[in-house]
Design a protein around this ligand. Structure first.
Ligand SMILES: Cc1ncc(COP(=O)(O)O)c(C=O)c1O
Length: 401
């Protein structure tokens, strides 16, 4: 019950063990095709360029940033936690001229703050995390796309932690690129990064299109060789040629991860994206109610918390790492701490993917009560589980459970 990776859905694990097939086997190309369609629904987009990057979530981030940022181009990164710092670092490594604005950990930006910074910096790209797992905050994005369109800025978001647990509307919100991972609300293992690109983003990538010499027809040379994307593995122009009609060879698609990613999306679509988001909201809030019932104080602006990850302040005098160890050793339940300024100050609880369930929430709260008591904290017996159960009953009465 940490901030990810989480226990994968057994149906995803089963899909991962399906027999391997060749990369141009018609069944394989059909799976690729289906996976693109399924992820269009997950990302709420009509983007043709919707595919998987082999590698963990940061592989998707690197692919987008290295393919969209030409060296010397201006990039704006609003930072509200660890993963904003990651976007900044990757954008710098891509040769971008990176400008940042920061807000305190535990808060998010107002759209006007981002608009003011865009007007000042005049970036080519805005790179903004949606859910920063380190602080548990979820940055509202709905109004940012229109600002970016007005100012002719490409808009990218890292939705690794938030996708499928919180609303994300790629087309409606004017997003040009979105990347994710499987190991959070998508209920899979890490190792594949779903990604979608708008036609504006594809145009930029096509402008930098390169074909490897060994498979080139000779007619597809880049007129400006300096524009070539600086990574071969993450060159989205080549990856689009591989996933698109040309099926030009690039890497060898990670077949088992494709099966897994396809199953993650299939399960979500069968459940219904809105239902999946409601499930994360319900069980995530039950966890928060239970933590408060145990007397813990929640960290950060609760109005902007991701549904699927919450952070509780570690009570003064308690050794947070010792409690985490006891939870794992005595109950087999993993919870997280955080990074940087929050390390050792908060515990983070993930209620996501296959773990976004009533039984996992109640068991975690029961285990935590005992562990807190052993750590010398006075807790009213049953207060965590009881409060969460009351919350579930109340939600049932309102027709939400
Ligand atoms: C918001 C966010 N972005 C990026 C990453 C990096 O993901 P990965 O470890 O899968 O490369 C994480 C990992 O937790 C994350 O939470």
């Amino acid at each position: 019950m940490g901030p990810g990776p989480i226990n994968a859905d057994p149906r995803v694990l089963r899909a991962l063990s399906a027999p391997l097939i060749g990369q141009y086997d018609p069944a394989m190309t059909q799976y690729m095709h289906e996976t693109m369609q399924l992820y269009r629904e997950v990302f709420a987009t009509d983007n043709t360029a919707t595919l998987l990057i082999d590698g963990t979530s940061r592989a998707g981030i690197e692919a987008v940033l290295v393919s969209l940022i030409k060296p010397g181009e201006r990039v704006l990164v609003p930072i509200f936690g660890r993963f904003g710092h990651l976007l900044r670092e990757i954008a710098e490594r891509c040769g971008g001229e990176v400008h940042v604005i920061e807000c305190p950990w535990g808060e998010v930006f107002q759209p006007e703050q981002i608009e003011t910074a865009i007007r000042k910096v005049k970036p080519r790209l805005l790179a903004l995390v949606q859910g920063d797992t380190s602080t548990t905050m979820c940055q509202p994005l709905a109004e940012i796309g229109a600002i970016c369109r007005r100012e002719d800025v490409l808009f990218y978001t890292d939705a690794t932690a938030s996708l499928a647990g919180n609303s994300l509307k790629t087309d409606e919100w004017g997003l040009d690129a979105v990347t994710a991972g499987l190991q959070k609300c998508l209920a899979g293992p890490s190792g594949s990064s779903p990604l979608t690109l708008s036609s504006r983003a594809v145009e930029v990538v096509h402008g930098r299109r390169h074909v490897e010499a060994g498979i080139s027809s000779g007619r597809d040379r880049l007129t400006d060789p300096g524009a070539r994307i600086r990574s071969n593995y993450f060159d989205l122009s080549m990856i689009l040629d591989y996933w698109g009609e040309l099926r030009l060879n690039h890497h060898t698609e990670a077949t088992s991860m494709l099966y897994g990613a396809r199953e993650c999306a299939r399960l979500l679509i069968n459940e219904g994206m809105e239902n999946a988001i409601d499930r994360h909201a319900l069980h995530g809030q039950a966890m928060v109610e239970g933590l408060k019932g145990l007397g813990l104080e929640m960290f950060g602006d609760q109005a902007h918390r991701m549904h699927n990850v919450s952070a509780a302040v570690i009570p003064a005098g308690l050794e947070g790492e010792g409690l985490r160890r006891s939870m794992l050793e005595d109950f087999g339940i993993e919870i997280g701490t955080s990074f940087g300024p929050l390390h050792g100050k908060v515990w983070r609880f993930g209620v996501m993917g296959y773990n976004a369930r009533r039984d996992t929430v109640l068991t975690t709260l029961a285990a935590l009560e005992q562990t807190l008591r052993r750590g010398g904290i006075s807790v009213v017996g049953g207060s965590g589980v009881g409060t969460a159960l009351d919350f579930y009953s109340d939600q049932a009465l309102r027709g939400h459970a």
